[in-house]
Design a protein around this ligand. Structure first.
Ligand SMILES: CC(C)(COP(=O)(O)OP(=O)(O)OC[C@H]1O[C@@H](n2cnc3c(N)ncnc32)[C@H](O)[C@@H]1OP(=O)(O)O)[C@@H](O)C(=O)NCCC(=O)NCCS
Length: 214
């Protein structure tokens, strides 16, 4: 029996997450998820027509979801770590449980743990002895190297890479194509700009960009 699922967020990553669900379902012996639709507090006209084109149901706002008698599983398909955390906290408090979605074309190595609410997209490579926290997003073609820990609500944008032995703390956002060299710590809530090369530890809450990243 497939489990009911909703995606919070009808923007780009929310709709990419719907494709992850579809890929999981077509690859499994029988579908694992019944995607009820997407929830969004501020559905833009562009997102509305894209949701429709993708044959997804728009289910209303977060309040509408919380008012339901049923409690489908959920993932938050919103890239911003802080927004994602706020929504997950509300839904957890209202009795919802998060799902974990791993695209069949991602590769997950040995001794890897992945927290609930996480979404791992096609082409992501997670090697060995790696801990991913809750509600982590690994966009397409992200690589996470050996012995690395990612905290809760970390977002890794497409094609970004973490070398070995790194600690990426809660709510860090690593933008598209950025690289973090080995044995570094990126502090809580930091933002690493697109295409940056991080060569030193990054202070919590700071933004770094460029090569080398400053
Ligand atoms: C790092 C980032 C957040 C900075 O945003 P910002 O502070 O609003 O930057 P601005 O656009 O105001 O630009 C400020 C300066 O930084 C430079 N800059 C912006 N992004 C940069 C980057 N990634 N690397 C190097 N320099 C960058 C700009 O050229 C500008 O330089 P100038 O003052 O000499 O003209 C942003 O540019 C970025 O990298 N975003 C990534 C988005 C992304 O990954 N999207 C993927 C979604 S899936």
């Amino acid at each position: 029996m497939p489990e009911d699922l909703v995606i919070v967020g009808a923007g780009g990553f929310g709709r990419e997450t719907a494709d992850v669900v579809e890929a999981i379902n077509v690859t499994a012996a029988s579908p694992l998820w019944r995607l009820l639709g997407v929830v969004d507090d501020s559905l833009s006209p562009a997102s509305a027509s894209r949701v429709q084109a993708q044959s997804l149901q728009y289910l209303g706002s977060l309040d509408d979801l919380i008012k339901l008698d049923v409690r489908p599983r959920y993932v938050v398909g919103i890239g911003s770590p802080t927004v994602r955390r706020r929504i997950a906290e509300r839904l957890d408090a209202a009795g919802f449980a998060a799902a974990t979605l791993i695209h069949p074309q991602a590769t997950i190595g040995s001794l890897v743990t992945i927290g609930s609410g996480s979404v791992v997209c096609a082409g992501a490579r997670v090697t060995t002895n790696i801990q991913l926290g809750r509600h982590v997003h690994l966009n397409p073609n992200v690589t996470i190297g050996h012995d690395t820990t990612l905290g809760d609500f970390v977002s890794m944008n497409p094609a970004s890479s973490i070398s070995g032995d790194c600690v990426i703390e809660d709510e860090v956002l690593v933008d598209v194509g950025a690289v973090v060299l080995n044995q570094l710590v990126v502090g809580r809530g930091a933002l690493v700009g697109a295409a940056a090369c991080v060569v030193r530890n990054v202070l919590a809450g700071s933004t770094v960009k460029g090569v080398p990243a400053k």
